[in-house]
Ligand binder design. Structure first.
Ligand code: GSH
Length: 223
Protein backbone atom coordinates (compact mmCIF):
# COMPACT_ATOMS: atom_id res chain seq x y z
CA UNK A 1 0.00 0.00 0.00
CA UNK A 2 1.38 3.36 -0.92
CA UNK A 3 0.40 6.79 0.18
CA UNK A 4 -0.33 7.79 3.68
CA UNK A 5 -3.54 6.81 5.37
CA UNK A 6 -4.58 10.23 6.55
CA UNK A 7 -6.37 9.76 9.80
CA UNK A 8 -8.48 12.55 11.11
CA UNK A 9 -11.94 13.42 12.31
CA UNK A 10 -13.72 12.24 9.23
CA UNK A 11 -16.94 10.39 8.41
CA UNK A 12 -15.56 7.58 6.31
CA UNK A 13 -12.56 5.68 4.99
CA UNK A 14 -12.13 5.16 1.26
CA UNK A 15 -9.74 2.51 -0.07
CA UNK A 16 -8.96 3.56 -3.60
CA UNK A 17 -6.41 4.00 -6.35
CA UNK A 18 -5.90 7.48 -7.75
CA UNK A 19 -6.60 6.55 -11.37
CA UNK A 20 -9.36 4.01 -10.72
CA UNK A 21 -12.52 5.23 -12.40
CA UNK A 22 -14.76 3.25 -10.05
CA UNK A 23 -13.03 4.98 -7.12
CA UNK A 24 -13.27 8.32 -8.89
CA UNK A 25 -17.09 7.86 -9.06
CA UNK A 26 -17.23 7.36 -5.32
CA UNK A 27 -14.95 10.33 -4.63
CA UNK A 28 -17.33 12.52 -6.67
CA UNK A 29 -20.37 11.29 -4.73
CA UNK A 30 -18.59 11.76 -1.39
CA UNK A 31 -17.77 15.32 -2.39
CA UNK A 32 -21.36 15.96 -3.53
CA UNK A 33 -22.54 14.68 -0.17
CA UNK A 34 -20.01 16.81 1.69
CA UNK A 35 -18.66 13.73 3.41
CA UNK A 36 -15.11 13.99 4.67
CA UNK A 37 -13.06 10.84 4.53
CA UNK A 38 -9.68 9.34 5.21
CA UNK A 39 -8.16 8.07 2.04
CA UNK A 40 -6.24 4.81 2.06
CA UNK A 41 -4.45 4.70 -1.27
CA UNK A 42 -3.68 1.28 -2.73
CA UNK A 43 -1.19 0.83 -5.53
CA UNK A 44 -2.86 -1.49 -8.03
CA UNK A 45 0.31 -1.75 -10.09
CA UNK A 46 2.13 -3.08 -7.03
CA UNK A 47 -0.68 -5.56 -6.40
CA UNK A 48 -1.83 -4.04 -3.09
CA UNK A 49 -5.40 -5.01 -3.93
CA UNK A 50 -4.51 -8.69 -3.90
CA UNK A 51 -3.04 -8.58 -0.40
CA UNK A 52 -4.77 -10.66 2.30
CA UNK A 53 -5.72 -7.45 4.11
CA UNK A 54 -7.52 -6.07 1.08
CA UNK A 55 -9.13 -9.39 0.16
CA UNK A 56 -10.54 -9.37 3.67
CA UNK A 57 -12.09 -5.99 2.90
CA UNK A 58 -13.24 -7.01 -0.54
CA UNK A 59 -13.15 -10.66 -1.62
CA UNK A 60 -13.19 -9.44 -5.21
CA UNK A 61 -9.82 -7.76 -4.70
CA UNK A 62 -11.00 -4.52 -6.27
CA UNK A 63 -11.24 -0.88 -5.31
CA UNK A 64 -13.13 1.10 -4.19
CA UNK A 65 -14.10 -0.02 -0.71
CA UNK A 66 -15.90 2.50 1.44
CA UNK A 67 -16.26 2.27 5.20
CA UNK A 68 -19.08 4.47 6.36
CA UNK A 69 -21.93 4.41 8.89
CA UNK A 70 -20.43 1.31 10.52
CA UNK A 71 -20.55 -0.59 7.22
CA UNK A 72 -17.97 -1.64 4.69
CA UNK A 73 -19.28 -1.33 1.16
CA UNK A 74 -17.88 -2.47 -2.16
CA UNK A 75 -19.08 -1.88 -5.74
CA UNK A 76 -19.18 1.74 -6.79
CA UNK A 77 -22.75 1.67 -8.10
CA UNK A 78 -24.03 0.15 -4.87
CA UNK A 79 -22.10 2.80 -2.97
CA UNK A 80 -23.53 5.58 -5.14
CA UNK A 81 -27.03 4.27 -4.53
CA UNK A 82 -26.41 4.09 -0.80
CA UNK A 83 -25.08 7.65 -0.67
CA UNK A 84 -27.89 8.85 -2.89
CA UNK A 85 -30.57 7.31 -0.71
CA UNK A 86 -29.07 8.17 2.66
CA UNK A 87 -27.83 11.66 1.77
CA UNK A 88 -30.61 12.64 -0.63
CA UNK A 89 -28.22 13.47 -3.45
CA UNK A 90 -30.86 13.28 -6.16
CA UNK A 91 -28.55 11.34 -8.45
CA UNK A 92 -31.47 9.69 -10.23
CA UNK A 93 -35.00 10.77 -10.96
CA UNK A 94 -37.89 9.65 -8.80
CA UNK A 95 -39.89 9.02 -11.94
CA UNK A 96 -39.44 5.29 -12.67
CA UNK A 97 -39.32 5.74 -16.44
CA UNK A 98 -36.76 8.54 -16.37
CA UNK A 99 -34.82 6.65 -13.73
CA UNK A 100 -34.58 3.50 -15.84
CA UNK A 101 -33.20 5.56 -18.73
CA UNK A 102 -30.73 7.34 -16.45
CA UNK A 103 -29.56 4.06 -14.96
CA UNK A 104 -29.13 2.52 -18.39
CA UNK A 105 -27.00 5.47 -19.40
CA UNK A 106 -24.76 5.13 -16.36
CA UNK A 107 -24.60 1.34 -16.64
CA UNK A 108 -23.49 1.53 -20.26
CA UNK A 109 -20.21 2.78 -18.83
CA UNK A 110 -20.04 1.23 -15.38
CA UNK A 111 -21.40 -2.22 -16.21
CA UNK A 112 -20.37 -2.75 -19.82
CA UNK A 113 -17.54 -0.50 -20.85
CA UNK A 114 -15.51 -0.31 -17.67
CA UNK A 115 -15.14 -4.04 -16.87
CA UNK A 116 -13.46 -4.90 -20.16
CA UNK A 117 -10.88 -2.20 -19.53
CA UNK A 118 -10.02 -2.90 -15.93
CA UNK A 119 -6.50 -3.87 -15.00
CA UNK A 120 -6.92 -7.61 -14.53
CA UNK A 121 -8.92 -8.07 -17.75
CA UNK A 122 -6.67 -5.89 -19.87
CA UNK A 123 -3.52 -7.55 -18.46
CA UNK A 124 -4.86 -11.02 -19.14
CA UNK A 125 -5.88 -10.02 -22.66
CA UNK A 126 -2.45 -8.54 -23.33
CA UNK A 127 -0.72 -11.65 -21.96
CA UNK A 128 -2.66 -13.78 -24.45
CA UNK A 129 -1.70 -11.62 -27.41
CA UNK A 130 0.60 -14.13 -29.05
CA UNK A 131 -1.31 -17.20 -27.97
CA UNK A 132 -4.01 -18.97 -29.94
CA UNK A 133 -7.20 -17.31 -28.71
CA UNK A 134 -9.06 -19.81 -26.61
CA UNK A 135 -12.53 -18.86 -25.54
CA UNK A 136 -12.78 -21.64 -22.99
CA UNK A 137 -9.54 -20.64 -21.23
CA UNK A 138 -10.72 -17.04 -21.17
CA UNK A 139 -14.08 -17.93 -19.64
CA UNK A 140 -12.54 -20.26 -17.09
CA UNK A 141 -9.93 -17.68 -16.15
CA UNK A 142 -12.61 -15.19 -15.12
CA UNK A 143 -15.76 -17.08 -14.22
CA UNK A 144 -14.39 -19.44 -11.56
CA UNK A 145 -12.71 -16.65 -9.52
CA UNK A 146 -15.81 -14.50 -10.03
CA UNK A 147 -18.01 -17.19 -8.54
CA UNK A 148 -15.51 -17.69 -5.70
CA UNK A 149 -15.74 -13.97 -4.85
CA UNK A 150 -19.52 -14.14 -5.07
CA UNK A 151 -19.53 -17.07 -2.64
CA UNK A 152 -17.38 -15.21 -0.16
CA UNK A 153 -19.56 -12.12 -0.42
CA UNK A 154 -22.58 -14.34 0.12
CA UNK A 155 -21.14 -15.47 3.47
CA UNK A 156 -22.55 -12.26 4.87
CA UNK A 157 -26.01 -13.86 4.74
CA UNK A 158 -26.69 -17.00 6.70
CA UNK A 159 -28.10 -19.64 4.47
CA UNK A 160 -31.85 -19.65 4.18
CA UNK A 161 -33.28 -20.50 0.79
CA UNK A 162 -32.40 -17.91 -1.80
CA UNK A 163 -29.15 -15.95 -1.78
CA UNK A 164 -30.17 -13.20 0.58
CA UNK A 165 -33.52 -14.22 1.97
CA UNK A 166 -36.57 -16.37 1.63
CA UNK A 167 -37.79 -14.78 -1.61
CA UNK A 168 -36.01 -14.48 -4.95
CA UNK A 169 -33.85 -11.38 -5.06
CA UNK A 170 -31.49 -9.44 -7.27
CA UNK A 171 -28.53 -11.68 -6.45
CA UNK A 172 -30.44 -14.82 -7.48
CA UNK A 173 -31.49 -13.20 -10.73
CA UNK A 174 -27.84 -12.49 -11.54
CA UNK A 175 -26.42 -15.75 -10.19
CA UNK A 176 -28.58 -18.28 -11.99
CA UNK A 177 -27.76 -17.14 -15.54
CA UNK A 178 -24.09 -16.99 -14.57
CA UNK A 179 -24.16 -20.60 -13.33
CA UNK A 180 -25.76 -21.64 -16.60
CA UNK A 181 -22.98 -19.85 -18.42
CA UNK A 182 -20.32 -21.44 -16.20
CA UNK A 183 -21.55 -24.92 -17.10
CA UNK A 184 -21.53 -24.04 -20.73
CA UNK A 185 -17.80 -23.37 -20.45
CA UNK A 186 -17.06 -26.49 -18.43
CA UNK A 187 -16.37 -24.82 -15.12
CA UNK A 188 -16.25 -27.13 -12.13
CA UNK A 189 -18.98 -25.95 -9.78
CA UNK A 190 -18.31 -28.45 -6.99
CA UNK A 191 -16.33 -25.84 -4.97
CA UNK A 192 -19.57 -23.86 -4.68
CA UNK A 193 -22.05 -26.13 -2.88
CA UNK A 194 -24.10 -23.25 -1.50
CA UNK A 195 -24.54 -21.75 -4.95
CA UNK A 196 -25.69 -25.12 -6.21
CA UNK A 197 -28.25 -25.34 -3.41
CA UNK A 198 -29.56 -21.90 -4.35
CA UNK A 199 -29.69 -23.04 -7.93
CA UNK A 200 -31.76 -26.09 -7.00
CA UNK A 201 -34.24 -23.87 -5.19
CA UNK A 202 -34.41 -21.36 -8.02
CA UNK A 203 -34.89 -24.13 -10.57
CA UNK A 204 -38.05 -25.12 -8.75
CA UNK A 205 -39.43 -21.58 -8.92
CA UNK A 206 -41.79 -21.05 -11.87
CA UNK A 207 -40.32 -17.68 -12.81
CA UNK A 208 -36.80 -19.07 -13.06
CA UNK A 209 -38.02 -22.16 -14.87
CA UNK A 210 -39.97 -20.04 -17.37
CA UNK A 211 -36.90 -17.95 -18.11
CA UNK A 212 -34.48 -20.87 -18.62
CA UNK A 213 -32.67 -20.71 -21.99
CA UNK A 214 -33.93 -24.16 -22.93
CA UNK A 215 -37.43 -22.73 -22.96
CA UNK A 216 -36.34 -20.04 -25.41
CA UNK A 217 -33.93 -21.90 -27.59
CA UNK A 218 -34.41 -21.36 -31.33
CA UNK A 219 -35.29 -24.38 -33.39
CA UNK A 220 -32.38 -26.01 -35.20
CA UNK A 221 -28.78 -26.51 -34.09
CA UNK A 222 -27.67 -24.55 -31.01
CA UNK A 223 -25.55 -21.52 -31.87
N1 GSH B 1 -17.71 -2.98 -10.60
C1 GSH B 1 -16.69 -2.54 -9.70
C2 GSH B 1 -15.41 -2.46 -10.48
C3 GSH B 1 -14.23 -2.15 -9.61
C4 GSH B 1 -12.94 -2.21 -10.41
O1 GSH B 1 -12.84 -2.84 -11.47
N2 GSH B 1 -11.94 -1.54 -9.89
C5 GSH B 1 -10.68 -1.54 -10.57
C6 GSH B 1 -10.11 -0.16 -10.57
S1 GSH B 1 -11.14 0.93 -11.49
C7 GSH B 1 -9.74 -2.48 -9.86
O2 GSH B 1 -9.75 -2.58 -8.65
N3 GSH B 1 -8.93 -3.20 -10.64
C8 GSH B 1 -8.01 -4.13 -10.14
C9 GSH B 1 -7.83 -5.29 -11.09
O3 GSH B 1 -8.42 -5.28 -12.15
O4 GSH B 1 -7.08 -6.20 -10.70
C10 GSH B 1 -17.06 -1.20 -9.09
O5 GSH B 1 -17.77 -0.46 -9.77
O6 GSH B 1 -16.67 -0.92 -7.95
Amino acid sequence: MTGPMMVGMTDAVLYDYWRSSASYRVRIALALAGITYDRCALDLLAGDHRSPAHLERNPQGLVPVLEIDGQRFTQSLAILTYLDVTRALGLVSEDPVERAYQEALAQSIAVDLHPVCNLSVASYGASQRNAEPDMRDWMQHFIAPGLASFSRLLDRWSETTYCTGTAPGLADICLIPQLYNARRWGIDLTPFPRLLRVEDICSAHPAFAAAHPDRHRPLGPAR
